[in-house]
Design a protein around this ligand. Structure first.
Ligand code: NAD
Ligand code: TYD
Length: 351
């Protein structure tokens, strides 16, 4: 049995990763470390302990807690770390940057130190889950490659850039077996309803206005969460130590087009009038420092590792919209009082 420590496993991408990994890696024992912030929910991992007895453990811990993290490495013989835990929402990082520095930078530093200590005699592999946002913004043309200089715009992306550089420094300085993935915007089930796609679906269901920032012409590059996670598994298996791998599905969409597309799907499923549904779109004050365009070139992962995303966008979007429509209980439960305060703080000011 190979023990893999997955941080942030109660969040969107982490919980989908764990479900996939327990299924396709029968020799893995997964130890989840998660602080259960507003974005982490045990409901996202429901049933796994019973479905995979002895192969799953949940540890409620903060990644910045050096004592707890070290103890976990002592209790478990960790062979690999997949580090998802982070503060992840750009708008929140604008309202309050320090939590991002604490979790994303200090949390990564804490985890790297614990791994370095534990792996002195029996080395393991460390995978840092990063984002294309570390590259900053593109204009209308061009793509991010692994050679694109880092130029982050938001406190979120700046903290992620610091974290991925710190991870790479452990390869160069200490010879630790480190790999980094940088992926584009994910969509799929269990995404917290602060992010664009679930936000729009849940607000449409609640009959609320649909806030599109600025002109809605900004471009994001989308990937289904399972395709991201298959890439993470490949990089963990076959990536070269000290290397960065961009992961993406070559699927650029302007925000406004994407919102209209998902509303058409929701309207068709729910039997709503599509014109009335689209009529709820409201152009609101732009996000400060809003990156114009993201577009990932994943050729290195494709040619070196045989990476090939499998989920066609239209299919993935439809199944995702249906998932939120069918899991109203889930997204209503995760919208805690603290989340409602955040929505008021962010959107109350935007007209
Ligand atoms: P998320 O916000 O849904 O989940 C984050 C998880 O981390 C939650 O379970 C939360 O409880 C946990 N967490 C937060 N602070 C913690 C702390 N101090 N200690 C322990 N656990 C803590 O995030 P996500 O969208 O699933 O993103 C996961 C990772 O993937 C992040 O590192 C993010 O930067 C990266 N990423 C995300 C995207 C995307 O589109 N969502 C794209 C590329 C990369
Ligand atoms: P988001 O899901 O926050 O991801 P990121 O900022 O990490 O790319 O936002 C995706 C895009 O959607 C981004 O260009 C900002 C835009 N957006 C809106 O127009 N309205 C919203 O209410 C939100 C949350 C995002």
């Amino acid at each position: 049995m190979k023990t893999v420590l997955v941080t942030g496993g109660a969040g969107f991408i982490g919980s989908n990763f764990i479900r996939l990994a327990l299924k396709v890696r029968p020799d893995w024992r997964v130890v989840v470390l998660d602080a259960l912030t507003y974005a982490g929910n045990l409901e996202n991992l429901e049933g796994l302990e019973a479905a995979y007895p002895g192969r799953y453990r949940f540890a409620h811990a903060d990644v910045t807690d050096a004592g707890r993290v070290k103890a976990l490495f002592e209790e478990e013989s960790v062979a690999a770390v997949v580090h998802f835990a982070a503060e992840t929402h750009v708008d929140r990082s604008i309202l309050g940057p320090t939590a991002f520095v604490k979790t994303n930078v200090m949390g990564t530093a804490t985890l790297l130190e614990a791994a370095r200590g534990a792996w002195k005699d029996r080395p393991g592999r460390y995978l840092q889950v990063s984002t294309d946002e570390v590259y900053g913004s593109l204009k209308e043309t061009g793509f991010f490659t692994e050679q694109t200089p880092l130029d982050p715009s938001s406190p979120y992306s700046a903290s992620k850039a610091a974290a991925d550089q710190l991870a790479l420094s452990y390869y160069r300085t200490f010879g630790m077996d480190v790999v980094v993935t940088r992926c584009c915007n994910n969509y799929g089930p269990y995404q917290f309803p602060e992010k664009l796609i679930p936000l729009m679906i849940t607000r449409a269901l609640a009959g609320e206005n649909l806030p599109v920032y600025g002109t809605g012409q900004n471009v994001r590059d989308w990937i289904h969460v399972d395709d991201h996670n298959r890439g993470v598994l490949l990089v963990l298996d076959k990536g070269r130590a000290g290397e960065v791998y961009n992961l993406g599905a070559r699927c650029e969409k302007r925000n406004l087009d994407l919102v209209k597309e998902l509303l058409r799907v929701a309207a068709a499923v729910k039997g709503w009038d599509p014109v009335q549904t689209e009529g709820k779109i409201t152009f609101v004050t732009d996000r400060p420092g809003h990156d114009w365009r993201y577009a990932i070139d994943p050729s290195k992962a494709e040619s070196e590792l045989g990476y090939a995303p499998q989920v066609p966008f239209r299919e993935g979007l439809e199944s995702t919209v249906r998932w939120y429509l069918e899991h109203e209980g889930w997204w209503r439960r995760v919208q805690s009082g603290a989340y409602k305060d955040f929505v008021q703080a962010l959107y109350g000011e935007r007209r």
